[in-house]
Design a protein around this ligand. Sequence first.
Ligand SMILES: [Ca+2]
Ligand SMILES: [Ca+2]
Ligand SMILES: [Ca+2]
Ligand SMILES: [Ca+2]
Length: 553
Amino acid sequence: MDIDDLVKQAESLESIRTSETIAIIRPTYIPNDPRWNQQYGLPLIEADLAYDLWDIEGGELPGQMEEGEIVVGVADDALEWDHPDLIDNIWQNLGEDADGDGVVIVQDGNTWIFDPDDINGIDDDEDGYEDNFIGWDVSYNDNDPMPPNNNYYHGTSVAGCVSASTDNSTGVASVGWSVKIMGLRCSANDPQYITDGYQGILSAAHMGANVINCSWGSFGGGGNQSLINSVFNSYGCVIVASAGNGDPETGDTNFESHYPSGLNHVISVSAIGPNDNFGCWATAGTTVDLCAPGESVWTTDVNNGYHSVWGTSFSSPMTAGAAALIWSRFPDAENSWIEERIITNTDEFSDMEGSCQGVSLEGMLGTGRLNIFKALSAGIFPSLYIDDINYLNDSDGDGVFNPGEQVKVKLIIGNEEGWADAENVVATISSEDDRIAFIDNTITFDNTIPSGGSSFTLLDHFLVFAFEDAGLGDVPCTVHLQAGTSEPFYTTDIEIDLSISLDQYGFPIDNLIIKSSPLISDVDGNSIGEIYFGSDNGNLYGYTIAGYPQYGF
Ligand SMILES: [Ca+2]
Ligand SMILES: [Ca+2]
Ligand SMILES: [Ca+2]
Ligand SMILES: [Ca+2]
């Protein structure tokens, strides 16, 4: 590095004269599913911010992985696996793809069926289940968990909360976006009762589910802790369960023990409504780990339908889908790490300090409300923002970007408190606006930007040229920030305006209304003209071209 350059650059920093107030738009991704606007729960858990961690327009999909996939076993009454908003996310067990064509389900006219060339009555993948293409009917020990009639809607609605196909211009969106759903029918004669729930958990683990959702349970009676321990320790699954819907008689919040949600190694999920309101109907207690939206939740229904549902049965699968989404981002993680991410990165809400039926809720609603964006990124990713924009070394040195000028633009980048330090930060600027051209569109930050701190570059800058005939005003630009030393990189796009102005530095002057025509004259004889004008307060004012009051005026 040339020391003279360094000194010059350091000096030029002192000449920074302008700073802009800029509107920072927090990037979110809004999927095109028609019911998105009714799904308050997804923005509440910051799913839209989470989606934006993937380069969706560049072809990445949340939940999609280069190798393998994350599978959520939905142990429930049944699953309408050919629902148009679920079919693309149904787990296909390629261990049973006997004809090797890469699929185990095919479309026959308008109907989805198991691939006839795969049906061979053999347990090809030796997982203990013959021709288990998409899941299992645990109650009747066959390979089709399809609902026997429309009363068995529950599992289909739960599955939509885990991973309804998202951004497919159809129905609803989901937190899991593209994570896979394994269907398990665990209800024999009456969909009111999950008769084979624990066997369903075990079957899901046998078939390779990563996450298992249990939107069922009962108060009292214990529960099968040893089975859960085995599924957690030997199969490495994350198990998520609904905390329960409160007192069956009164509908009030119940503080009694509920299982399997109350067991160790089970994430217990209670329910809140819009605006983090706890409605005093869902179960609360010391075994609750967190809350998620469970009121007026739009999701898939049987008969290719959709409906709005209510219950911790739907806050649990939203959490299970979130766990799967995190796992897809960190596929080498252990189940305990995924659990920890989900439970510790929630948002507290005021009703956690309230009470229901006179009983305090303190310590009874877990750590707070699910936040999938935080759970994905806190401590792992930084959270960068543009703190300030400075123009320097413009042609006439006044720190204002004029038409026909070339300016160096420096960014001061901040990193929000509580996030990871930002290493290897690179900023790239682009614009669709043809008033400006970028001669250098990249800034590389050599220093780490610490959590809670901010930084600028001493040497590096954008070099921007405004064409001579450029119209004045704000030029919308996008700054793409990337940080990290390895995949997955943190990226964010921030909209900023570069402002092209004719105003000289120091102008306009506040608190003065100019009455007379301004006069430019070199009264003080220093060969630089000053500006003189009369104001409506009767005074004559003189200003230097730098905008400072002229001596004597
Ligand atoms: Ca096949
Ligand atoms: Ca098998
Ligand atoms: Ca087979
Ligand atoms: Ca959809």
